[in-house]
Design a protein around this ligand. Structure first.
Ligand code: ZN
Length: 141
């Protein structure tokens, strides 16, 4: 049994080929990864919204916090009554109860990751869960 799972989602610019469908919801440019890589601890989605496009609804969560990480483009995040400007490198963590939406700027697409994990379950930070394995790093070439 392998200790890893891979999935090729394609480039960020081609992310529009993905569409998440949960009738009546259709979300072009959204690719959820947990099933594709057998994740058991978090959900991750890759997202690309075309210029001026965004979630056409507000939503919140029951148990899962979300962390949005903008990898390119710009836009805005709406959380409760706050509007948060987004640009490449912006990271926004939202508590489950936060009522949220996100949209791309009118002048260009926005690409971002969204990581969902159950609030309050993180057991260690940074490298606290890791351990060094003795031996050389053998790349076989
Ligand atoms: Zn969400």
């Amino acid at each position: 049994m392998s200790n890893y799972t891979t999935y090729e989602a394609g480039t960020w610019s081609d992310l529009g080929q993905h569409c998440f469908r949960h009738p009546p919801l259709e979300a072009p440019g959204k690719c959820f990864l947990s099933e594709r890589v057998d994740s058991s601890g978090c959900e991750i989605s890759l997202n690309r919204f075309e210029p001026g496009k965004g979630y056409p609804f507000l939503h919140r969560h029951q148990q899962q916090e979300e962390i949005y990480i903008v990898v390119s483009g710009s836009g805005e995040m709406l959380v409760d009554e706050s509007i948060i400007p987004l640009q490449e490198g912006s990271v926004v963590r939202i508590a489950p109860a936060g009522v949220r939406s996100l949209r791309a700027s009118a002048d260009g697409p926005i690409c971002f990751l969204c990581i969902q994990a159950t609030e309050g379950t993180l057991t260690s930070r940074t490298i606290g869960d890791g351990s060094i394995v003795p031996g050389p790093v053998n790349w076989q070439n």
